[in-house]
Ligand binder design. Structure first.
Ligand code: GUN
Length: 291
């Protein structure tokens, strides 16, 4: 079994990006600038956005954190988005999700200029990705593709079962893995909450991508000997023995599944760190594409 070490791979990607930023600086070019908009005080969102900003500093990007009150109206947020779209000094930006319930998420995502949409959530980017045109690919599926490619996990002609059909992970990874190219050419099945006999399907899979959000759902009896396992789950599970009061659990019962797997991502330290590295990669691409 080989561990797909997302932390190590993300660090390698960050070093590659940092070297490119250093080269830009020595040419006298402006460095990439990422902005993040956070509405409200959701604990997990604050942690994620904080990591994104720190990672920007590490690779030499400029970063701007725009923190708005929980009571911000949809109109006020749209005004903020218009300003970011018009600001030539910002190469790309993200609006951290989830948004408070009184704000229509779809309306907000549609207002983001697709050329600055480094999350790749705008329909223009999703459509371009599906059609294999130059596009911002959402960071989590982009990170999974990088892990598969960099560890040379066989995908061509293999059966991949993706469990979960979210717009951010399940759907895009199912499209990417079926496309031509590195980490592609797989035969992909998308399973979800209505799928009957899920275990029968996952037992046929050479690769399982778990993006369900149910802790330790995938057990050893559900996987084939030698399968590659990608765990996208990051659920906070209450644990009074831990100083933070919770532990992070993936969608895979790691210890028992690892014994049967050829490759497996740990949680934490698997797909999670890759997501931030690929957001930085998209911001670097935004700087290049829009200049
Ligand atoms: N919330 C959880 N994941 C993400 C992400 O990748 N981007 C944004 N904007 N919000 C998120």
């Amino acid at each position: 079994m080989e561990l797909l070490d997302g932390k190590k791979t993300a660090n390698a990607i960050k070093e590659e990006i940092k070297a490119q930023v250093t080269a830009m600086q020595s040419r006298g070019d402006r460095v990439p600038h990422l902005a993040a908009v956070l509405v409200g005080n959701d604990g997990a969102s604050l942690t994620y956005v904080g990591s994104k900003v720190r990672s920007c500093e590490y690779v030499g990007f400029e970063s701007t954190l725009i923190q708005l009150d929980e009571t911000t109206t949809e109109t006020q947020l749209l005004t903020q988005i218009d300003q970011l779209n018009a600001d030539a000094s910002i190469d790309g930006y993200i609006v951290q999700l989830p948004l408070p319930k009184h704000i229509d998420e779809e309306k907000i995502l549609l207002a983001i200029d697709p050329k600055k949409d480094v999350d790749g959530f705008h329909p223009a980017n999703f459509g371009r990705m599906a059609l294999e045109l130059e596009a911002f690919i959402p960071a989590t599926p982009f990170g999974i593709m990088q892990l598969l490619e960099r560890y040379a996990v066989p995908t061509s002609g293999k059966h991949c079962v993706v469990v979960g059909r979210s717009h951010i992970v399940g759907r895009p990874i199912s499209i990417l893995m079926s496309q031509k190219g590195p980490a592609g050419n797989a035969t992909v099945t998308v399973a979800h909450s209505r799928t009957e006999n899920l275990a029968e399907l996952t037992r046929q899979a050479d690769i399982v991508v778990m993006a369900l959000g149910i802790p330790e759902y995938l057990t050893a009896d559900m996987v084939k000997e030698g399968a590659a396992i990608i765990d996208v789950g990051i659920t906070r599970v209450a644990d009074s023995n831990h100083p933070k009061g919770y532990v992070i659990r993936g969608d895979v019962a790691f210890d028992e599944v690892a014994k049967k797997a050829s490759y497996i991502t740990p949680v934490p330290g698997g797909v999670g760190p890759m997501t931030i590295a690929m957001l930085l990669q998209n911001t670097l691409l935004a700087r290049k594409w829009n200049s």
